[in-house]
Design a protein. Structure first.
Ligand SMILES: NC(=O)c1ccc[n+]([C@@H]2O[C@H](COP(=O)([O-])OP(=O)(O)OC[C@H]3O[C@@H](n4cnc5c(N)ncnc54)[C@H](OP(=O)(O)O)[C@@H]3O)[C@@H](O)[C@H]2O)c1
Length: 292
């Protein structure tokens, strides 16, 4: 089977591509960048294209059996996602595995979540066998905060005090690879969650313990967060993410016991813990710092 991976040069899609290659599968990755096309993992082939450009759809959506569909958060996310579903249908795809978000119904007012709810619905009505993966906040987001955590002793992601069931991207990749290559997961949605809810102060404390220094949570002030984030991200994205963090702070995003069992079923083992992730990350960052 040939798998077309959208987002295959990014965090999740890259992990999905590597997982499939490790299993001996045939992998094709869409990228907008000739440079990234040249540095894909061994065995993967590239197709150059842009979901914002219908002119490339025929060359992108051809010669594949299954589609891993991931859309980056963008102000055109809905357009890009629907185009991919339509083109998968035109091309006769046998299966779609779609990356959505955990408990999307709780955030219909949040633009990137509203886009996913609509794309999920289009997939359900497409007639193509599907699996919808709904991950919580990724542990690996913390890679963005490396300098802030290590150099300044601050954990800056404003996830609040109510707790969210963060998840490891490697578990998402295993779930996706299982859904793309095995039967038994069709026409269902799966929450993908970690084993325990985590608060901002708990994430800070976990890094403090492995680095042997104080790491303090930056707090829940979303206006202060937006001022800092606005130095790097476009305004529409800061607005969108601030709404998401407000939801985390107000209500949390806890997995139910049933959702943890669901995760275990599609991943094939218990979800990885945040404690183990932080330990591995500290080892990795320390090794990289020594190598420089
Ligand atoms: N971060 C979280 O905690 C979290 C939690 C749940 C769900 N999610 C969802 O996960 C998704 C983001 O995944 P990620 O972090 O793996 O993304 P990422 O690392 O930012 O990678 C984005 C990927 O999308 C591709 N891409 C962007 N625009 C494109 C376009 N116009 N046409 C074709 N390809 C395009 C990029 O490819 P090139 O640059 O190579 O073209 C890249 O491979 C979002 O939908 C987000 O809502 C995130």
């Amino acid at each position: 089977m040939k798998h077309l991976i959208l987002g295959g040069t990014g965090t999740v899609g890259g992990a999905v591509a590597r997982e499939l290659l490790a299993r001996g599968e045939d992998v094709k990755v869409l990228t907008r960048s000739a440079e990234k096309a040249g540095s894909l993992p061994g065995g993967a082939t590239a197709v150059i294209g842009d979901l914002r450009d219908p002119g490339c759809y025929h060359s992108v959506f051809s010669r594949f059996d299954t589609l891993f569909l991931l859309n980056a958060v963008a102000d055109t996310e809905l357009q890009e996602g629907l185009a991919a579903v339509n083109e998968a249908r035109r091309a006769g795809a046998a299966r779609i595995v779609y990356l959505s978000v955990h408990d999307a119904e709780k955030g219909p007012h949040i633009p990137h979540i509203a886009a996913k709810l609509a794309i999920e619905e289009a997939i359900r009505r497409s007639g193509i066998a599907y699996t919808i993966l709904r991950p919580n906040n990724f542990y690996q987001n913390d890679y963005w905060f490396r300098e802030t955590i290590q150099e300044h002793g601050i954990y800056p992601q404003p996830i609040g005090d109510a707790g969210i069931s963060r998840v490891d991207v490697r578990d998402i990749a295993e779930a996706a690879a299982n859904a793309l290559t095995r039967s038994g997961f069709e026409n269902r949605s799966y929450a993908l969650v970690g084993p325990e809810p985590l608060t901002g102060p708990e994430c800070a404390r976990a890094y403090g313990e492995v680095f042997g220094r104080e790491v303090r949570y930056a707090g829940n002030d979303l206006q202060a967060w937006a001022r800092e984030a606005g130095k790097m991200l476009p305004g529409w994205m800061v607005y969108d993410f601030a709404l998401m963090y407000a939801l985390f702070q107000d209500r949390g995003l806890h997995a139910t016991a049933g959702q943890i069992t669901e995760t275990e079923r599609i991943v094939g083992h218990l979800p990885r813990t945040f404690g183990d992730f932080v330990q591995e990350t500290a080892t990795l960052w320390t090794r990289e710092a020594v190598a420089v």
